[in-house]
Design a protein around this ligand. Structure first.
Ligand SMILES: N[C@@H](CCC(=O)NCCCC(=O)O)C(=O)O
Length: 251
């Protein structure tokens, strides 16, 4: 059942059937409704054509989703190359604004996978690409499988930073997570705190030091198992509670 808590979800842009579509995967939307107790509002990636404040003044949180596309490397001072493709520059522009405004306004923010990477770039951090080719790094890519449940199956443990925001939500860890990414945080963004790491050192979760409200980036995908996996459910429940607290103080 939907609720008066509204959460903005930035759309990805896809071209098919002669149109440009602005869309978000339903797994994130269902986790918001069913576990966070929020109503998702998909925001079209038309940043230059709309006044985002009209949305930001009416929502109680922001969730930035995963996507197969990558943040354009020029956003973190790296020259484009095929190893950073595919791009979704409209999404880049939208999430840069949504992330910046949510931190500024104290709007709760849950940033997942590509969203986690966008959070790092928004704080002037950088991303490494094709990390499976870096000596000593694991292969974090999605497996090739027709069943999404197999693609999103848990793949490795992450060590949860003691005493941090994530530990306060899921407990001291370690927790087992899924993994569907070719890129990862390289240089940690200004003011970000590492909340979890993979065995190969990949930064798997961050928070924003001194944030006015809940602000958490996760490289894995809690949305997929949010109804059945305890840490995943706890993350979405905590995000929903933060959104409700925001709404109450907003009046
Ligand atoms: N493109 C980035 C972020 C990866 C990501 O968000 N994956 C989620 C879903 C992808 C899928 O279903 O294949 C990267 O590769 O690091």
């Amino acid at each position: 059942m939907s609720s008066p808590i509204l959460v903005a979800v930035p759309a990805d842009v896809h071209d098919h059937s002669n149109y440009r579509w602005h869309a978000s995967p339903d797994t994130y939307l269902k986790a918001l409704i069913r576990v966070a107790g929020a109503t998702p509002v998909i925001v079209p990636a038309l940043t230059d054509e709309m006044d985002l404040s009209v949305i930001l003044e009416r929502v109680d949180g922001v969730l930035t989703t995963g996507a197969a596309s990558n943040v354009h490397p020029e956003r973190f001072g790296v020259s484009p190359s095929p190893s950073f493709e595919p791009y979704d520059r409209d999404r880049d522009r939208l999430t840069e604004r949504l992330i910046g405004e949510s931190i500024e306004r104290g709007l709760p923010l849950l940033a997942i996978c590509r969203g986690h990477q966008e959070l790092n770039v928004a704080h002037h951090g950088t991303l490494a690409t094709e990390i499976q080719e870096i000596p000593g790094r694991m292969d974090h890519r999605a497996i090739t499988h027709e069943d999404q449940r197999e693609r999103y199956a848990t793949r490795h443990d992450v060590a949860v930073t003691e005493g941090g925001l994530l530990a306060s939500i899921v407990g001291p860890g370690p927790i087992r997570v899924n993994s569907l990414h070719r890129q990862a945080i390289d240089r940690l963004g200004d003011g970000l705190v590492v909340e979890a790491s993979a065995p190969d050192g990949t930064i798997e979760a961050v928070s924003v030091a001194g944030a006015k409200a809940f602000a958490l980036g996760l490289q894995w995908h809690p949305e997929f198992w949010a109804e059945s996996d305890a840490p995943s459910a706890a993350i979405f429940e905590a995000f929903g509670a933060a959104c409700r607290a925001y709404r109450e103080q907003r009046g």
